[in-house]
Ligand binder design. Structure first.
Ligand code: ADP
Ligand code: MG
Length: 226
């Protein structure tokens, strides 16, 4: 059974004077099928924490285990493969490749692991159908709206059936009604795929779609009071 266990994460950034301690013992755990929102004001360390869980940054101390495995004990290449295979990431900005079509963008994570298999193409088509973009497979990102681009980014994050989906302000660049649609879609796909999901947001609307709400306060996670 897949599980995410994040224990006592500390992250300090060196400065000329005393190191800046942004995370100070943040802990959280999730089981298969569960999701959680992380709320907190700008600058509270939400992205820093999400990047550590996603192995894009290392903690000063503390541990992350996904399915019992600690990615920070892996070498660089193994860690990259771990991230590519087991974690899906969605950012505030879509990070799509402008020269690639919608279908190609969704397939990018499968190329990183070798040749694209026909099953991957079939899954990409299915996911794009589920996010409502079946008719836009050959379009370039510039030909899509902001909400549509974010839908492509969600499909790309799910293409390898990751155990863990991480999203950092995924609706932050969208207008209100588009943001609500994308939030509902994220929650729906996460439930259908039974992946674990951590969403960083300061949108109460987005957080309301999720099972649990935690707040990052002085470097630690605690239940959000709402
Ligand atoms: P949030 O996502 O909650 O807005 P961040 O995690 O981006 O917050 O940043 C939290 C704090 O950590 C901010 O004060 C930011 O300036 C600081 N910080 C983030 N990354 C670095 C870094 N590489 N070096 C120094 N300070 C950083
Ligand atoms: Mg942030």
């Amino acid at each position: 059974m897949s599980q995410l266990v994040v224990e006592q994460i500390v992250r300090e950034f060196p400065t000329r004077a005393q190191p800046l301690r942004i995370l100070d013992g943040a802990s959280l755990s999730l089981s298969a099928g569960e999701n959680v929102a992380i709320l907190g004001p700008s600058g509270s360390g939400k992205s820093t924490l999400l990047h550590i869980i996603g192995t894009l940054d290392r903690p000063t101390s503390g541990s992350v285990r996904l399915g019992g495995e600690d990615p920070f004990r892996l070498g660089e290449a193994e860690q990259a493969a771990f991230r590519n295979r087991r974690i899906g990431l969605v950012f505030q900005d879509h990070h799509l490749l402008p020269q690639c079509s919608v279908l190609e963008n969704v397939l990018i994570p499968t190329i990183a692991s070798g040749a694209t298999h026909p099953d991957d193409v079939a899954r990409a088509r299915t996911l794009l159908d589920r996010v409502g973009l079946a008719a836009r497979l050959d379009h370039r990102p510039a030909e899509l709206s902001g909400g549509e681009r974010q839908r492509v980014a969600i499909a790309r994050a799910l293409i390898r059936q990751p155990e863990l989906l991480l999203a950092d302000e995924p609706t932050g660049n969208l207008d209100r009604s588009t943001a609500a649609e994308v939030a509902a879609l994220l929650a729906e796909l996460q439930a259908a795929e039974q992946t674990m999901m951590v969403v960083v947001t300061h949108s109460v609307e987005l957080a309301s779609h999720l099972q649990r709400r935690l707040e990052l306060d002085r470097g630690q996670l605690r239940p959000a009071d709402q």
